[in-house]
Ligand binder design. Structure first.
Ligand code: NAD
Length: 312
């Protein structure tokens, strides 16, 4: 029987590329894209689309039953920077949507869940360099608190009810197809658009703020790989650390300058600096490497080449 997949939040930065990859793997008809808004033409025309509010359990359930869905990828969430403006809304969306999907799996209506966590689960008391899988976690943003709580629920539902839920703590994701949705690492996408359009960029973080980042192709591949791994190989049911690259605004600007010599960057840090300061600067992902053979492909230099050639 074909795997039937539902992607919730399919029109976002990750959802768009993940949905297209899943449609390539399972066939367009077998991957149902859903979101509260419409997506780009590619998403809307390459397979089924359903308008869905992730806060509505009945709606999710109906779609799962109607299409005989076995796997749900829950990508809908309010991200770190927007979450600080609407803390209660971020908490409701991020928690309710996850609890609904976990409950639907517990009730035996779906077999497998992918739910992304984030480096935002870490906080100012976490070791900043090569942050280990198991460490101090005292997040200071509502987004980070919701992701940390989500991780606890995922592990709980796995241990108590046998729910097959798999998760990755994504770093900041860099992509050219879809714009980012209100996170603290959005600068690392904006900078490319501004470099190509205007030759200059005004950065909302300080020049020396190092953060963990990853190119979208690696993130989508990691998502597919963790979902394809044998059940027994997934030893961590909260969420896996995942590492791609780590750089500062200064370093990415220097790399862009190699290709656009006149490119200039200025710095005007805003409230997002405080969020960035509370996060790790690099991540140790050895458990993901060991358990399901994760291996990154992109580092700063080949990511910059790829981004500039795609955007030009
Ligand atoms: P995004 O904001 O680009 O996309 C989220 C999508 O969810 C949007 O299309 C939005 O319309 C949809 N959505 C919002 N509310 C909804 C609702 N009530 N019902 C249905 N859909 C709704 O976010 P993204 O960057 O694609 O992130 C996807 C997931 O990955 C999130 O859980 C996010 O926390 C996580 N993540 C992202 C990053 C990153 O750098 N982008 C890093 C770490 C973790």
């Amino acid at each position: 029987m074909a795997t039937k997949v539902l992607v919730i939040g399919a029109c976002g930065q990750i959802g768009t590329e993940l949905t297209m990859k899943l449609r390539e793997i399972h066939g367009g008809e077998n991957v149902i894209a859903s979101d509260i808004r419409h997506g780009n033409e590619e998403i809307m025309n390459s397979g089924p689309f359903e308008t869905l509010d992730a806060m509505n359990k009945g709606q999710i359930e109906d779609i799962c039953i109607h299409y005989e869905v076995n796997e749900v990828y829950l990508m809908a969430a309010m991200l770190s920077a927007t979450g600080e403006k609407f803390p209660k809304k971020a908490w409701s969306l991020n928690m309710d949507s996850l609890m609904h999907v976990l409950d639907i799996a517990k009730e035996g209506k779906i077999d497998k869940i992918f739910w992304p966590s984030s480096i935002a689960v870490f906080g100012p008391t976490t070791p900043k360099e090569q942050t280990p899988q198991h460490t101090i976690m005292e997040p200071t943003t509502v987004y980070g608190i919701s992701k940390q709580t989500g991780e606890r629920w995922c592990e709980y539902y796995h241990q108590k009810y046998g729910v097959d839920v798999r998760s990755i703590r994504y770093p900041g994701l860099i992509s050219w197809k879809t714009l980012p949705g209100g996170g603290t690492t959005d600068y690392a996408v904006d900078i490319f658009h501004k470099a190509v359009e205007d030759g200059k960029y005004n950065c909302f973080l300080k020049s020396d703020t190092a953060l963990p980042m990853m190119y979208m192709e690696d993130a989508v591949r990691a998502t597919v790989e963790i979902m394809n791994a044998a059940n027994d190989d997934i030893k961590i049911r909260s969420s896996y650390n995942l590492s791609g690259m780590s750089f500062t605004p200064d370093e990415i600007a220097a790399e862009i300058k190699k290709h656009i010599p006149d490119f200039t960057i200025a710095y005007e840090p805003d409230f997002r600096q405080t969020i960035a300061d509370s996060w790790p600067s690099s991540i140790d992902d050895s458990p993901a490497q060991k358990d399901w053979e994760w291996k990154r492909k992109y580092e700063l230099s080949n990511m910059v080449v790829e981004m500039l050639s795609q955007l030009k």
